[in-house]
Design a protein around this ligand. Sequence first.
Ligand SMILES: [Zn+2]
Length: 222
Amino acid sequence: MFIGHYAPALVLHRARPSVPLWVLFVAAQGVDVIWGVFVLTGVEHARMVPGFTSSNSLDLYDMPYSHGLLATVVWSVGLALLWRAFRPSQRRAGEALVVGLAVASHFVLDLVVHVPDLPVVGTDGPKWGFGLWRHREVALLVECTLFVIGALVWKRERENLTPRSAIVLGAMTAFLVASYYLPALPTPAAMAVSGLGTYAACALAAWWMTVPSAQRGLVHFV
Ligand SMILES: [Zn+2]
């Protein structure tokens, strides 16, 4: 799953607006950011197999440290504690919980679409995945519905109803649909680089659509 991962981030931001939306975007996609770094550094491995599923060509046969169930629990707790360490004491517990849930939500959503390639613990042992990616249109419909619901929940907060948020969420929905039909990149490394770039762009877009104009500093061109 790709853009659909931002649905829990949007809902969690509605529940706890004191955590910046861009932080929750990074948290919800944190496991994939780690995957990108691990693929580029050779810690984890993948290969391109044309037609591997009808949705994409990525055979994710080795990713125990980014996408494993135990690994996700460790990342969730670790990143929640990291956020907690930098926040004022009266906000710490609630915000840390929200950040941890955003990180953990990644595994739950990946579980729905991935073929059984999500390790439970370590490199050996069972792998999970319900395999919705084998049915491209259904997977697209589920991911799109999820993202739209997340966006609608977030936009029910009046101050989130801005032209900027309409532009960003509309563009993300269009990109979600396009991502199911774009030709595959040639290598997992190229997938990792383009993924990391996209996650950074989405986090930047989340910041742009939520930060009050007075704090936007140099970005006055829109
Ligand atoms: Zn993932």
